[in-house]
Design a protein around this ligand. Structure first.
Ligand code: BTN
Length: 254
């Protein structure tokens, strides 16, 4: 067994050979009162993996990373949830960066892309207590050794950076735990300027014109900022328009 060099993230890794969804398992542990900040639930095979916007998350058994991290970000207000998305997507980015020399990006709000293909996704589920976050389940799905996909815009670490027969999943999980703790502590310690600057530095299509769709309308825009609540700031026809998640989508050309 390998332990990450951390204070709390991943010091307790609960491994389930198979389960419906590690996010659901983590939520159950929280409901039972048997979970602690930093605990990780990981599995080789998810039968009902959940994605954003009510989508399914599919991954071939044994080839990828599917896990959930439990946090208690009580220092964040409900309106500040997006800072967690930033910290987590940067941690995933930084864990993969040593293997991928070009094209690794965070696609707003928190997809992991290599060039125009998706390598991973993040599903964060929060419980509130008053105006603050009480606890959070951070679900991360990363395509690692899978090389065939049923949909065209997916990719994996092995496809982007070939390495023998494949990558060692427990070693990668250890690295992810270390990066997750580093970025989470940055957030907890108030280093928001550092987080925002790194996030923008690695953001997909930052400062590049691209086609977007909102309210059934297509238009060209350029990402120029992210506001403190996480809205995407697009320069459109000489003015800035802000969009929340689900209000705007990238039009992908394939
Ligand atoms: C997305 O891009 O739509 C988010 C995908 C998140 C998938 C992960 S896999 C581990 C965790 N458990 C789930 O059911 N979903 C997340």
């Amino acid at each position: 067994k390998i332990y990450p060099k951390t204070l709390f993230v991943g010091q307790n890794i609960i491994f389930l050979p198979t389960c419906q969804s590690t996010n659901d398992e983590a939520l159950h542990l929280l409901a039972d009162g048997t979970a602690y900040e930093g605990d990780v639930v990981a599995t080789s095979q998810q039968t009902q993996g959940r994605g954003q916007r009510g989508n399914q998350w599919e991954a071939l058994p044994g080839q990828n990373l599917t896990f959930s991290l439990i946090l208690q970000p009580t220092f964040l207000q409900a309106s500040e949830q997006f800072w967690l998305n930033m910290a987590v997507s940067l941690a995933v980015h930084d864990s993969l960066a040593p293997f991928i020399s070009t094209g690794l990006r965070v696609k707003w709000p928190n997809d992991i892309y290599v060039n125009d293909r998706k390598m991973g996704g993040i599903l964060i589920e929060n419980a509130l207590q008053g105006y603050h976050l009480a606890h959070t389940v951070v679900g991360i799905g990363l395509n690692i050794n899978q090389t065939q996909f049923g949909y065209p815009n997916a990719t994996s670490l092995l496809l982007e950076a070939p390495y023998q027969e494949g990558y060692h999943l427990p070693a990668l999980l250890t690295t992810l735990c270390e990066q997750l703790e580093k970025r989470y502590l940055q957030l907890r310690n108030g280093h928001r300027d550092t987080l925002r600057a790194s996030y923008l530095q690695h953001l997909y299509r930052y400062q590049e014109a691209h086609l977007y769709e909102a309210d059934g309308q297509r238009f060209y825009g350029t990402i120029i900022s992210i506001d403190p609540t996480g809205r995407l700031g697009l320069m459109v026809d000489g003015g800035i328009r802000y969009f929340a998640f689900k209000e705007v989508s990238f039009v992908m050309m394939t």
